[in-house]
Write a protein that binds this ligand. Structure first.
Ligand code: HEM
Length: 167
């Protein structure tokens, strides 16, 4: 049964680009955070704060094409993942802004929550990029005509349009 990969739509192209930017910021943020914890440096703290704002903005911007493309492709998991990451990004930013210790004070319990959430966000951002890269495919009859007679799997009939996350 021939399978053709479809050209990505505008929202899918945007989603892939924004998800890549979000994942890169998450990787940079984690590297900066680890160095910041190891060496107490004012400049790294400012870099971490700036990257924090950038990450939250990028995650929110990524959620927009994810919702549009997710609706088109019936990818509810993709929508949930992108919106969840945006919410987590904002929560993480607020945790950092409100619970970062004063000069020289030890880290409070909420900052340990911040660190664990930061690592989960890193994984989530990379995973979002991976699922955003998935290409939609179309399944046709052997002669190339669309398999339009059915929408669900049944005897002698398979869905006309299928996506990796629906397969
Ligand atoms: C997207 C992820 C993250 C965001 C949005 C974020 C955001 C922030 C913000 C806004 C601050 C306050 C900075 C300031 O007071 O100037 C902060 C502090 C901090 N963050 Fe993050 N962060 C993230 C990930 C991480 C990760 C992965 C770790 C560690 C593994 C981490 C560890 C810390 C620590 C230890 C502080 C306190 C620094 C200090 O005042 O001594 N953060 N974060």
């Amino acid at each position: 049964m021939p399978i053709t990969t479809l050209e990505p739509t505008t929202s899918h192209k945007r989603l892939r680009m924004f998800a890549a930017i979000t994942a890169v910021i998450a990787v940079l943020q984690t590297i900066v955070a680890v160095i910041m914890i190891a060496v107490d440096n004012e400049m790294l703290l400012h870099a971490h704060e700036g990257l924090g704002y950038l990450f939250a903005a990028a995650a929110i911007a990524t959620a927009v094409p994810a919702v549009i493309w997710g609706r088109l492709s019936r990818g509810t998991g993709l929508i949930g993942h992108a919106v969840g990451l945006a919410v987590a990004g904002v929560v993480q930013l607020l945790l950092g802004l409100f619970f970062a210790p004063e000069d020289g004070a030890p880290l409070g319990a909420m900052m340990y929550v911040h660190m664990v959430l930061g690592l989960l966000i890193l994984g989530g951002a990379v995973f979002l990029y991976v699922i955003a890269r998935r290409q939609p495919i179309i399944v046709t009859n052997v002669d190339g005509t669309p398999r339009s007679a059915c929408r669900t799997e049944s005897a002698g009939c398979s869905p006309k349009f299928t996506l990796p996350w629906n397969a």
